[in-house]
Design a protein around this ligand. Structure first.
Ligand SMILES: NC(=O)c1ccc[n+]([C@@H]2O[C@H](COP(=O)([O-])OP(=O)(O)OC[C@H]3O[C@@H](n4cnc5c(N)ncnc54)[C@H](OP(=O)(O)O)[C@@H]3O)[C@@H](O)[C@H]2O)c1
Length: 295
């Protein structure tokens, strides 16, 4: 069977639409959703420009069996089911790129998928608008790599295509550390702002600050136990810097709660609680956070 040069993008939500719209003029791709669609994707750029992109939109049952690569852009809790469906449809050695936050889907998928599995850590921001729209809220930077540093050539080639399409991407050999770093920051911010329905900057108020500090202290201990190098400024300063820099943002977990969608609580807090169990560490602030956070 010859390889179809097109990429599949599985999950026609915010990130999937962003990839499909950005790649439209650079890399032949198919956006795989729950339904087939013929409408163009309408992307609003961070600069406020509205662009229409003709994008092939199919269901997985109609997808080529040997695509060049598959981007999985579902939420973390949907990855296992997505990989089951992919395994029944596409060649087992097809390379996969995972775009999820957290550190739950990535090790599982890397173990179970026969082909190369790269993980992406991105600070791109996007949200959906209607049936066919995506708002690219802000330019970011993406890092791409295999959990054990394998497939550097694939990571470099894929990064070059994404960068040329306007999504600046760098191949790296330390994606595990980058995933944990993003998870650590997400754990300190997202659940609390979702519980209290507040913007990130409001965490600086005296009502929330001690709880953030207690969570970050436990996360720092866990990161050390996992031998994840801390940020240069230390964990507390790093997290408060992110809170400062995103003060006006409504975190994705808050948006999920407001829209009545399932949150990524387990993908973010689950790996931390699991690490605490493994290392025999007590993490009362994180346990309370898990209990308070909507699933
Ligand atoms: N959006 C961002 O700016 C951003 C930035 C960084 C990281 N991320 C991460 O990227 C991941 C995706 O985020 P998102 O905001 O794009 O989520 P999203 O808008 O909820 O999109 C996920 C899409 O995947 C679809 N899907 C799930 N399982 C599927 C399946 N088996 N077959 C076909 N479609 C399926 C969902 O459809 P249904 O709704 O019908 O289930 C939904 O349309 C998350 O892990 C998030 O943390 C997002």
């Amino acid at each position: 069977m010859t390889t179809d040069p097109r990429w599949l993008i599985l999950g026609a939500g915010a990130l999937g639409r962003l990839l499909a719209a950005r790649l439209a003029e650079r890399q032949p791709s198919i956006l795989i959703g729950r339904r087939t669609g013929s409408n163009p994707l309408i992307m609003t750029t961070p600069e406020g420009e509205v662009r229409r992109h003709a994008v092939v939109r199919l269901t997985l049952a109609e997808a080529p069996r040997r695509p060049a690569l598959i981007h999985v852009t579902t939420k973390s809790h949907a990855v296992d089911a997505a990989l089951d469906q992919l395994a029944a449809r596409v060649a087992a050695d097809t390379p996969v790129v995972l775009w999820q936050n957290g550190f739950q889907a990535q090790p599982r998928a890397t173990r179970r998928w026969a082909g190369p599995v790269l993980c992406a850590v991105t600070s791109e921001g996007a949200y959906t608008h209607g049936e066919d729209g995506v708002v690219h809220a802000g330019h970011g930077l993406t890092h791409l790599g295999h959990l054990e540093g394998r497939y550097p050539e694939l990571a470099t080639r894929t990064s070059a295509t994404l960068t040329a399409a306007g999504l600046e991407t760098r191949a790296c050999d330390d994606i595990r550390r980058r995933l944990w770093h993003k998870l650590a920051v997400n754990a300190a911010i997202n659940p609390l702002v979702a519980i209290h329905r507040i913007r990130n900057g409001e965490l600086r108020a005296p009502a929330y600050r001690p709880r953030v500090e207690a969570i970050v202290a436990e996360v720092a201990t866990l990161m050390a136990a996992e031998q994840i190098e801390p940020p240069e400024t230390g964990w507390q300063a790093h997290v408060w810097g992110v809170i400062e820099g995103t003060a006006n943002n409504r975190a994705s977990m808050l948006q999920d709660v407001l829209a009545g969608r399932r949150t990524e609580r387990d993908a973010i807090l689950g790996p931390l609680l699991e690490a605490a169990r493994r290392h025999g560490l007590s993490v009362p602030a994180l346990e309370r956070l898990r209990d308070d956070t909507p699933q």
